[in-house]
Design a protein around this ligand. Structure first.
Ligand SMILES: Nc1nc2c(c(=O)[nH]1)N[C@H]1C(S)=C(S)[C@@H](COP(=O)(O)OP(=O)(O)OC[C@H]3O[C@@H](n4cnc5c(N)ncnc54)[C@H](O)[C@@H]3O)O[C@H]1N2
Ligand code: MOO
Ligand SMILES: [Mg+2]
Length: 404
């Protein structure tokens, strides 16, 4: 099969829709998960006329008619039953968060008062009716949807769940993912490599990226051995929903992955994408529904493919895909090969609020040190080889969620 374009690869991958169902979680454990139900208000928000300044509560009519001195009939802390006031010449000393007494309608803060001998004197001429009150139901009404389904559970959502007494949240189940690294040159992180070995690192960045979506991936490693490779893949097909491999998909004598995947009954949907980095990317599906993303081993290739394809697929399946993001290239750039180039860029917002992307090229797809000083891949159009300063192109940010 001929190489597919980036667009074709994306279409093939996104056509693989999977629904892993839902589960209940205590709301305190749900950060970063995707909400699978609407959250509704169990009361109005706020649930009562909430005082927003420490001071006194009065009837505005009395102030309007010229009264400035009010007898303090009582004091009401937040959480206390509202004091009953029957005389317009009286006021209640009242605290932020307290429920406004029924016969009052205006709050005057301490800064605008003199308190002496059981009386409060208003020292300002700018009191307005209903000031310093957050009225019942102003924000939401009983039974209103306060958080819609199909969104990421953020700290603000956690706050809302707590406020409306929603102890358990229905969230989307996540795929069971195994991350399989491959290669005899790779040693464990706590080992000292020989002069001709390196430590495993691709699998850790994959696992860390998935953790941001709440996926706790299992990690396995296979040596460059055709039999073991096929065994581990066959085993994984029985246990997981998604298999992410890194390495062993190119032309090398010991690149056994594509053959082993085919031998295990995984249908190849494409092998090789017209892109740099990540050209030898292999993608397939198994009749059991398992998806196999076999990424090229060069660290920047694995990294780019993970974010450009796997994360996109995950977001689409969880219905949390974001609109495309764009940035303005801030220096001229040239790339001649007939491949879609994913340029590593550093992002910054200028003083006009325009997102600018500065290329940080690095030394090819083995140079993972370069990823440290970059924030995103800029996807440069295939049809061109000159990219002018000031032109806007699509970006794929990969820094920790929240950085961009
Ligand atoms: N004759 C050809 N050779 C290569 C081609 C080609 O088209 N023809 N493509 C090149 C491209 S592009 C890439 S990308 C790589 C892809 O290689 P593999 O997927 O076969 O990966 P490996 O050979 O196993 O490893 C490549 C490189 O990456 C390092 N690696 C692998 N896994 C890890 C890991 N878990 N942590 C850290 N580093 C890892 C590995 O040590 C190698 O240095 O092929 C080119 N060759
Ligand atoms: O695709 Mo390879 O990723 O160019 O090194
Ligand atoms: Mg290889």
């Amino acid at each position: 099969m001929v190489m597919v374009t980036v667009k074709q690869a994306e279409e093939i991958i996104l056509a693989q829709r999977r629904d892993y169902g839902t589960e209940q979680l205590h709301f305190e454990n749900a950060i970063g998960r995707v909400l699978a139900e609407n959250i509704t208000a169990d009361r109005d928000l706020p649930p009562y006329n909430r005082v927003t300044m420490d001071g006194i509560a009065i009837q505005f009519k009395a102030y309007q008619e010229g009264r400035r001195v009010f007898r303090i009939a009582g004091t009401q802390a937040a959480g206390e039953k509202p004091v009953e006031l029957n005389d317009a010449a009286d006021c209640v000393e009242i605290m932020t968060g307290a429920a406004l007494p029924a016969t009052t309608d205006t709050v005057v803060r301490y800064e605008d008062l003199i308190l002496a001998d059981g009386f409060a004197t208003i020292t300002t001429e700018t009191v307005t009716k209903n000031q310093s009150i957050h009225f019942k139901g102003k924000d939401k009404h009983l039974h209103d949807v306060v958080v819609e389904a199909n969104q990421l559970i953020t700290p603000a959502v956690i706050q809302m769940a707590a406020a409306v007494g929603k102890n358990f949240l229905q969230v989307k189940k996540l795929p069971k993912v195994v991350v399989i690294s491959s290669g005899d040159e790779l040693v464990e992180v706590n080992e000292t490599p020989t002069p001709y070995q390196v430590r495993k690192s691709n699998n850790y960045t994959i696992k860390a990226s998935l953790q941001q979506y709440g996926i706790d991936a299992v990690m396995l490693h296979i040596p460059d051995d055709a039999t073991i490779t096929a065994q581990v893949i066959a085993d994984s097909l029985l246990q997981y929903d998604v298999i992410i491999l890194s390495g062993g998909v190119s032309e090398g004598k010991f690149d056994y992955i594509p053959k082993a995947l085919s031998a295990c009954g995984v249908d190849k949907l494409f092998h090789k994408v017209q892109q740099r980095p990540g050209k030898p990317f292999w993608f397939g599906t198994h009749s059991k529904g398992v998806l196999v993303f076999a990424f090229p081993g060069n660290p920047v290739s694995t990294f780019m493919c993970l974010h450009r394809y796997f994360v996109l697929w995950l977001q689409h399946n969880l219905l949390i895909a974001k609109p495309a993001m764009y940035a303005r290239l801030d220096t001229e750039f040239t790339f001649k090969p007939a491949l879609q180039y994913f340029l590593q860029v550093h992002l910054r917002l200028d003083e006009q609020g325009i997102l600018l992307a500065t290329p940080v090229e690095g030394n090819g797809s083995g140079d993972f040190a370069n990823l440290i000083s970059t924030d995103a891949f800029m996807e440069l159009p295939l049809e061109q080889d000159k990219f002018t300063k000031g032109t806007t192109y699509r970006i794929w940010p990969f820094a920790l969620a929240g950085k961009w």
